[in-house]
Design a protein around this ligand. Structure first.
Ligand SMILES: *Cc1c(COP(=O)(O)O)cnc(C)c1O
Length: 462
């Protein structure tokens, strides 16, 4: 299996190289040159299997030449062993024909653990084979950083540095980043906003001498391996409701389009998905684009569902690539126009997108109202992101096709919003109830490239 860039102008890579590279050299995102298919009989055979066995069967065709079967199975076992639920991605029922897929039983209580835990293991196996070490640097507004630290802590082929804006992440998020004691993970509290953290990260990647010197690697949401890992739970969920013999729809709380794009890949593989519904908060560039065809940048308006507060949606480029019939030149041109504020999707491409995707937007007030309503009438305390999906899922479900709404974080990760909406302060699960007692380890850093680079070089030398 080869991987090609969405902008059509970068070398084709193997799965392992695409994973270690992240962003393609032409600025594009890697996608499979062909999408492997899975037959109806093979989908039927998934019913009743463990999450791990399904993960192996779904991912194997994509990674086969980079990882042999034993390596892949070993990575999957280790990745999910620390989850707090044996089903890994269990489902509960919200209403007739409406189900909630709980993706928050991982170590940091958000769905990003699924992909991050798995790529931690894949990086470790691949780098050990190559006898290499890399330095992962990430910028986070909260969830990604803690998921990366949990996934890579204690692995000896990587050092991980996470930049977060000092004083601007929730206490749970901060403690999840600062309490792991392993010496290869480093939480850096930077002066400034999330945008400043992202800008310094970008500076480091553009400073080639530093980049090559420390073997810089990225694990942000454009990494193809993260998308692939998320394809698995579309299969486990659909098979448990009777796929391939009935169609299933999904509603997905969406920011950077990585999670819902995994659903699109599942559908291309042959999973009978009816609708994929993009659920956004007030930062609704995707809802506007799917409604009107105009993809126009705006200002980020901070919300109570902060993991969906985006200005542009990086993985949407992958959907455009397929909507434009794999025309990398056309995609590169759109991305140029985006530099000047935005672009219009062609009629043909818009039609192609609408064949698979619907969309909806939920305001702040509606989100709070729905958290209260779901608690009162569905017996579920939802985090704000999950509530946005479940509200749209509830409004658009029809009696003939089961609707699955994705719950992307545990309510205890966003206790203030949940308490404001429902009057209930959700407790942390038992396995992390002592989070507030664990000791913290964090380095405060200035918003200064040279100081950051020096600190990273010193830390990895010891
Ligand atoms: C990252 C995140 C999302 C958005 O997922 P994308 O793949 O970026 O669309 C939604 N909810 C939560 C809790 C998240 O952490």
């Amino acid at each position: 299996m080869k991987y090609v860039s969405t902008r059509g102008n970068a070398p084709e890579l193997s799965f392992a190289d695409a994973m270690l590279t992240g962003l393609a050299r032409d600025g594009g995102l890697y996608v499979p040159a062909q999408i492997p298919t899975i037959s109806a009989d093979e989908i039927r055979a998934l019913q009743g299997l463990s999450y791990e066995e399904t993960a192996f069967r779904v991912m194997q065709p994509f990674v086969g030449e980079s990882f042999d079967d034993d390596e892949l199975r070993g990575c999957i076992e280790r990745a999910y062993a620390g989850f707090g639920h044996n089903a890994r991605a269990p489902m509960v029922q919200l209403a007739p024909n409406h189900f909630l897929l709980e993706l928050f039983h991982g170590p940091t209580l958000a769905f990003k653990d699924f992909a991050m835990q798995m790529i931690g293991q894949l990086f470790q196996v691949e780098l050990t084979k190559r006898q290499e070490r890399v330095t992962i640097v990430g910028a986070t507004s909260g969830d990604t950083g803690s998921a990366a630290i949990e996934a890579f802590k204690g692995l000896d082929a990587v050092d991980v540095f996470i930049l977060y804006p000092h004083g601007r992440v929730s206490e749970v998020q901060r403690r999840q980043m600062t309490t792991p004691p392993e010496s290869n993970v480093h939480a850096l509290a930077m002066d400034g906003h999330f945008d400043d953290c992202q800008a310094r990260l970008k500076d480091m990647f553009n400073h080639f001498e530093f980049r090559d010197g420390v073997k810089l690697a990225g694990v942000n949401s454009i990494n193809w391996a993260r998308v692939l890992v998320q394809v698995v739970y579309y299969f486990t969920a659909a098979a448990s409701l009777g796929a391939p013999d009935r169609k299933i729809s999904f509603t997905v709380p969406t920011g950077n389009f990585g999670d819902i794009f995994a659903g699109y890949i599942a559908k291309q593989m042959g999973l009978p998905i009816d609708r994929l519904i993009v659920a956004t908060n007030q930062n609704d560039i995707l809802h506007r684009c799917l409604s009107t065809g105009a993809y126009q940048k705006g200002e980020v308006a901070p919300s109570i569902s902060p993991s969906m507060d985006i200005q542009v949606s990086s993985n949407f480029e992958r959907a455009l690539y397929f909507a434009y019939d794999r025309d990398g030149t056309a995609v590169a041109q759109l991305m140029d126009e985006l530099g000047n504020g935005g672009f219009d999707v062609s009629q043909g491409a818009l039609q192609a997108l609408r064949e698979h995707f619907d969309s909806g937007r939920v305001s702040e007030e509606e989100t709070l109202e729905f958290i209260a309503e779901a608690n009162a009438t569905m017996g579920e305390l939802l985090c704000p992101h999950s509530a946005i999906a479940a509200k749209i899922g509830e409004e658009t479900r029809d009696p003939s096709t089961p609707m699955i709404s994705l719950a992307t974080a545990h309510p205890a990760k966003f206790p203030d919003a949940v308490e404001k909406a429902s009057g209930i302060r959700p407790p942390l699960p038992n396995r992390m109830a002592d989070l507030y007692e664990r000791s913290e380890r964090v380095t405060q850093v200035p918003n200064d490239l040279t100081a950051l680079e020096t600190l990273i070089q010193e830390r990895i030398a010891t």
